[in-house]
Design a protein around this ligand. Sequence first.
Ligand SMILES: Nc1nc2c(ncn2[C@@H]2O[C@H](COP(=O)(O)OP(=O)(O)OP(=O)(O)O)[C@@H](O)[C@H]2O)c(=O)[nH]1
Ligand SMILES: [Mg+2]
Ligand SMILES: [Zn+2]
Ligand SMILES: [Zn+2]
Length: 505
Amino acid sequence: MNGMNKAVVGAVFGIALIYSVLSLMLTVQELLDTGIVTLMLFAPNGDALGIDLAEYLSPITGLYPDLIDTITGLISSDPEMVKNISLALVIVGFVLSAAGMATKPSLEVAGTENPAEYMWTHRPKATAKALGAPWGLLTACYRKHKALVILPIILLPLYIPWSIMMTLAMVIPFAIVKGVTSVRMRSAAKKERKDYESSTHYAVCPKCKRNFERPKIRCKCGLELDYPVPNVYGIKKHTCNNGHPIPCVSGKRSELRTICPYCGSDIETREAIPISIAMVGAVGSGKTTLMLASVKSITQMGRTRDVSVEAVTPGISKNAVAAKDVVAKSAPGELDSECMFIRSRTLQDREIIFNDISGQEYEAKENKILFEEFFTYSDGIIFTFDPIALKRQGRGATPTEVFESFHYMYTQINGISPSKVNSVPMAVVATKNDVMNPKLKDEDVRQFLIDNGQNGFVKVLESLFSNVRYFAVNSTGDDCVSAAKPVWWIVGESDQELYKAVPIE
Ligand SMILES: Nc1nc2c(ncn2[C@@H]2O[C@H](COP(=O)(O)OP(=O)(O)OP(=O)(O)O)[C@@H](O)[C@H]2O)c(=O)[nH]1
Ligand SMILES: [Mg+2]
Ligand SMILES: [Zn+2]
Ligand SMILES: [Zn+2]
């Protein structure tokens, strides 16, 4: 049980116990003075410290002294002896009630679906379990063995009045603690949700590429827990079932080990806002090189503004970027997404995700893999073509063919009609501008396509995508900032703050 729970349980049980102990002391006093069992309730009034319950509730409370009398009568008739036995029975009854509070059902807080400790006041059936604590021996014995419950039932008459008293004494403190906790929890949860919605929204898994609102997290002991937000498991921190603290305050949560709730892969989300970019284009049209060149340029330009870029997947690591001019053909089939984080002192963390697959996947073939995950959550699409190959009418799929293939997958996956106009930013990029002669300017690219037999492509593309922009870039060599332009344009379309933070010109 975590510290916060201990404090709360201590307070609630403590108040009930102190009150009952005071009543017990009065009862014992009365017994020692008069030799008669009289159930006293601590309630200072005038000169007296307590009231004799029998005066108020005699039919019920009268049973208790009667019972004790009967038992002692069976054992002895010596008045002194009777007194001692009565005393022992009263104390035993009290102890049986108090012992109930220490049983498992009264204290258990372990979570089952989410292996984190509940807040004691907010575990399932919290009120019943708390107020039932002085009766805990019944549940504890029943859980051990059904037949065993007979024992606390037989003893029930001895502790009934004490258990009632403790339960009643607990009502107010429990209600207060629960009420206060609920209010704090709700306002913390509301604030957290608002922050999260205004910043992160969701996270993306680079392995299975699904998106989800929150990742799961893995405690150092291996337990997989729900993402910690202020809820019934805690307000400022959660505690795993093995007792390890897990912060749920936004700054501290970025240290947590996050995992994908679908495929269980270790992923990094850092509560960063993700921007997903899909790379589309024929084999050899320069998708992978463009991606790497843009990472290089964004990193370089970021440095001038105190914005740091950290690539976390191997495909866009420092080494991969350094070797960008000799990149290998991307392997066909599913590939992991590439992720990088962008951070600065003034900016909430951002994450840029590239979905780059082999151009072979855009070639016409039967039983196409749809690459569901690659195209479901795109904030933008970069459509590359090699202008030299197009001019020479060399081998490889033309933009028309690639687009047809891509658009088929895209509409199939997103369940949209093939004629629906899409507002996702679409950057059409002529690559390898360094070897073009004459060089293309951004504004020439559209006409270049038309002049090279792609009139149909331009028409169809512009009728299906409402936000199209053309770029001419070169991705090789040291000066490859043009490769970052289409990426940064897409960024700007969904995130002006980040767009302005790094000058890509
Ligand atoms: N000169 C020059 N070469 C480039 C440029 N961009 C890409 N290339 C070269 O073109 C070839 C193909 O580039 P990739 O980036 O692998 O193309 P891709 O679209 O990823 O190809 P697949 O992964 O096979 O689909 C490589 O040899 C690159 O070095 C560029 O801007 N200028
Ligand atoms: Mg590639
Ligand atoms: Zn996953
Ligand atoms: Zn743990």
